[in-house]
Design a binder for this molecule. Structure first.
Ligand code: SF4
Length: 386
């Protein structure tokens, strides 16, 4: 058990958490019940998701929602909920909600002692890097990411050797080891801005943008810079095809098609609008299209739909199996038992923090950047593991 957990659980007199550990008085998840008090207290939260979560399912979720929100107060904890969480998590227990950039910014500001990441492991690592003195928990340690696992720190060092002097821009969907080998991080909200900043700062006409090949190709279509990338893919977004877009347009005339820039470039080109998770949510909120298709993760569509009752959502659903490892049950257990602490070695964290801080210190855009659609694909250099 770490020094932080020890302090939180009574090893010091600063913050003693009642009911923690094996002698916990708190019930196990299976013992939670849908009592009249639970029903009354959670009714306002159900209003947030009633268009998405059937009434018959709420009695299964509500006891966890009630218990998690109570535990958060007892533990002095916040839950960072990524947009790809299911609606009962995102809207009913998430304290800080949004895409990777929003979560990273807010994690750095929170005063809570405990951060629980309702998302995948690289996000929890980012929270730990930015908040080294806090206890960061991940409810399921198996919540990984196909992009993050596609590349190692050693791969980045080899790319640098092959392209000396070229700045390395790394998508936050990467491990702490990879961030530590990078010059600056980016998200899909600011990837073009950060890439152009890095080129100017390093005086380069080429930029290494890793590890997502498709995000890098989509960035390349927005800038005259030459882009070198890595053959990493998001297993959710790589499955969308330009034929899917054509089929959706035929089946649902008038539907507006929005794509995430982790989709292949030909999908972005065929869509009506492309942008980060935050940009997609904002676009729908501002324009309230009658019919809309979001080419992204299923729960993202659900969460935007919950806030956009005027729009009809067509869901060509691709689930992220890693995000779906996070459930109300394991969030409850993580808070109840303070388990699955995320640890990043200090030397790695210190170097990774430089890359993240560089991104966070860039001028904040007033709105997440768009990716212009309809662009021709651009040639990029793609590297992969030997
Ligand atoms: S949606 Fe894609 S990028 Fe996000 S965690 Fe899942 S596999 Fe990784």
């Amino acid at each position: 058990m770490s020094r932080i957990v020890d302090a939180l659980t009574g090893g010091s007199d600063k913050c003693v958490i009642p009911g923690h550990g094996a002698d916990s008085a708190l019930p196990e998840g299976r013992d939670l019940a849908f009592t009249p008090e639970v029903e009354r207290e959670t009714a306002p939260l159900y209003e947030r998701v009633r268009d998405i979560v059937p009434a018959v399912e709420w009695p299964l979720f509500a006891p966890f929602v009630y218990a998690i929100n109570r535990l958060k107060r007892e533990r002095d904890a916040v839950i960072l909920a990524h947009n790809y969480m299911t609606p009962e998590i995102f809207a009913c227990v998430g304290d800080i909600r949004g895409d990777s950039l929003q979560l990273a910014r807010e994690a750095a500001r929170t005063e809570a002692r405990v951060i629980v990441q309702a998302g995948v492991h690289f996000m929890a690592e980012t929270a730990k890097i930015l908040c080294p003195d806090k206890l960061v928990l991940i409810p399921d340690e198996r919540a990984g990411c196909s992009l993050a696992s596609s590349i190692t720190g050693r791969d980045v060092r080899l790319m640098r050797e092959a392209h000396p002097g070229v700045p390395v821009v790394t998508y936050v969907n990467s491990s702490a080891d990879v961030k530590a080998e990078s010059d600056v991080c980016c998200t899909s909200s600011n990837a073009v801005q950060v890439t152009e900043w890095a080129a100017a700062e390093w005086g380069a006409d080429r930029v290494i943008v890793i590890p997502d090949e498709y995000l890098a190709r989509n960035v390349a279509a927005q800038t005259p810079l030459r882009i070198i990338t890595w053959r990493g893919r998001c297993e959710v977004h790589e499955r969308f095809t330009a034929d899917d877009v054509a089929g959706l347009r035929q089946a649902y005339p008038g539907a507006v098609v929005l794509a995430h820039p982790e989709c292949p470039p030909e999908v972005v080109a065929a869509s009506d609008y492309a942008g980060s998770t935050a940009a997609l949510a904002r676009w729908v909120g501002e324009r309230a299209p009658a019919r809309v298709v979001l080419l992204t993760e299923c729960s993202m569509s659900d969460n935007v739909a919950a806030e956009s009752p005027a729009s009809q959502f067509i869901r060509p659903c691709n689930l992220c199996p890693h995000m779906k490892r996070i459930t109300l049950e394991n969030l409850y257990d993580a808070l109840r038992l303070l388990r699955h602490e995320v640890v990043v070695p200090e030397d790695v964290a210190a170097r990774a923090r430089v890359a993240i801080d560089r991104m966070l210190s860039l001028p904040r855009a007033t709105r997440p950047a768009d990716f212009a659609t309809g662009r021709d694909p651009v040639d990029v250099t793609v590297m992969s593991a030997a």
